[in-house]
Structure formats: structure tokens, C-alpha cells
Design a binder for this molecule. Sequence first.
Ligand code: C5P
Length: 269
Amino acid sequence: MSSSTTPPSSPFLPGPGPHPETGPPPPPPRTAAVIPAAGRGVRLGPGAPKALRTLNGTPMLVHAVRAMARSRAVSLVVVVAPPDGAAEVRTLLDDHALPSTTEVAVVPGGSTRQESVSLGLAALPADITDVLVHDAARPLVPAETVDAVAAAVRGGAPAVVPALPLADTVKEVDPRTDGGPETVLGTPERARLRAVQTPQGFNRETLARAHEKAAPEGEGATDDAGLVERLGLPVVVVPGHEEAFKVTRPLDLVLAEAVLARRRATDGF
Ligand code: C5P
């Protein structure tokens, strides 16, 4: 058979069957979300681990799992629990209604976010081709943002981040820990900066390679796309969403509850 008779194919779409020269077609895409939720959340003040704090009576983690499961692209959610809290997190999830179409697994995490994500990746079944990594601390990300990230990965991008332009001007400083005044080193051009959110989406192999390479370097990156950048691979941006903000400080809890109240008022959600 001449190659001109072979229909065009995408590496992310099921092909017409085994090709005589290139072997079997690639597997159909299957997307999992990994939710690192093992942080203590010290900046929120004393209390339960951040992911287990409630928003309108429901733990932040449950909101985050629902946000991932609401995307039709996501068929599996892996929650990375505090190292000594996997059983507690499993019980908590079992006590809340979650979409029955999405499988939810729980694994124990590590001492850094990077380690927690690596442990989540290691727990993925072999047929997962694409991975979204989503902070439990961003419980209100809308489904449209999750869908946009998943679609860009299925479209062939090795790494995708949702991001927004900045409202504040950003200064680079010489950091001090003694409370003294810090010296400004420079002012990056604001128009070229973006605030990056999650879920960040990846071709699974790319993300696994990025984590393997990063592991010996210790503390590492504050986001997963940063590890892919270190491999020299392209990372692309899709529009983020203002409701995908990270709950970090006490005021963020107030804002998150206000967003939930607005959703309930506007669409009964
Ligand atoms: O500390 P930060 O806000 O950057 O944490 C981002 C996310 O990483 C949170 O959802 C937190 O639970 C998670 N994390 C983790 N394991 C750690 C530290 C943070 O899963 N050891």
C-alpha cells in the first residue's frame, strides 16, 4: 500500500489500525488529574491542613475534586494526601457526593509539593496519556478553564498553563529575613508577565521526565511547568480565570465564600 493512501492522523486521535511500517496506533488519550493536597497551609493560620479547611461547610479539597471531575476530559482524579493522612482523606471524600463517572484515588504525599506530585504521578495507571496537576488550594477553578487546558494538551502541546495578566507592578528585590527594608533590584515590564494558575496540563511522559530530572535538585520549582521549562521544552499559556485564585491567606477564604454565594445566587450551583 502506498503511503499516499494512508489517511492523515494525529498522535492524539485513534488511528485507522496498525500501520504496516510504524506499528500499532497510539492509545486513545485518557486524562487524569493529580491534586497535591499535602501542604500544611501555615499562611492561613493555625488549624487543619489547608485542603481540609471548609468553604461554606465543604472541605476545599472536595470543591477541588468536584472542579476536576466536572470536566468531561477527566476520568480519574488522584488526590495526594498528607503523608500520615491518606485514610482520613479517603473517608472525607467518601462522605461527600462526587460524580460517579470519575474514579477518585488517594495516595500519601511527601514533604514538598514537588515530591507530592511525583508520588501522585507514580500512582497513575499505564493507560493515562495526559495529566493535569491542580492545587487543592484552587478549589473554585471553573470547568471551562480545566477543559481549555485539557484540550490544549490533547492538541499536542507538551505543557500548558492557565494564566492571567498582572494587576500589580512587580519588583525584584534582594530578600531579607530580618525585617529590614529590602533593596529593589529591578522592575520587569508588567505587560510581559503573567500570573500562573492551575490546573497545569502535560503530556504524561513529558511530566514524568521533568520530575525525574528535577528530583535530585531538591526543593525545586513552585510549579510543574517550571520543571518542563528546565527540559528546554515549550510551555504554552491559555487564558486563566479570576475564580481560579489560590486560597493562601485568611482574606482568600472570605473571597472564596463570596464566589460560592454568587454562584448559588446566579445559577443555583
Ligand atoms: O504551599 P502552596 O500553597 O504552594 O501549595 C500548593 C499546593 O501544593 C497545595 O494544594 C498544597 O496542599 C500542596 N502541597 C503538597 N505537598 C506539600 C506541600 C504542598 O501536596 N508537601
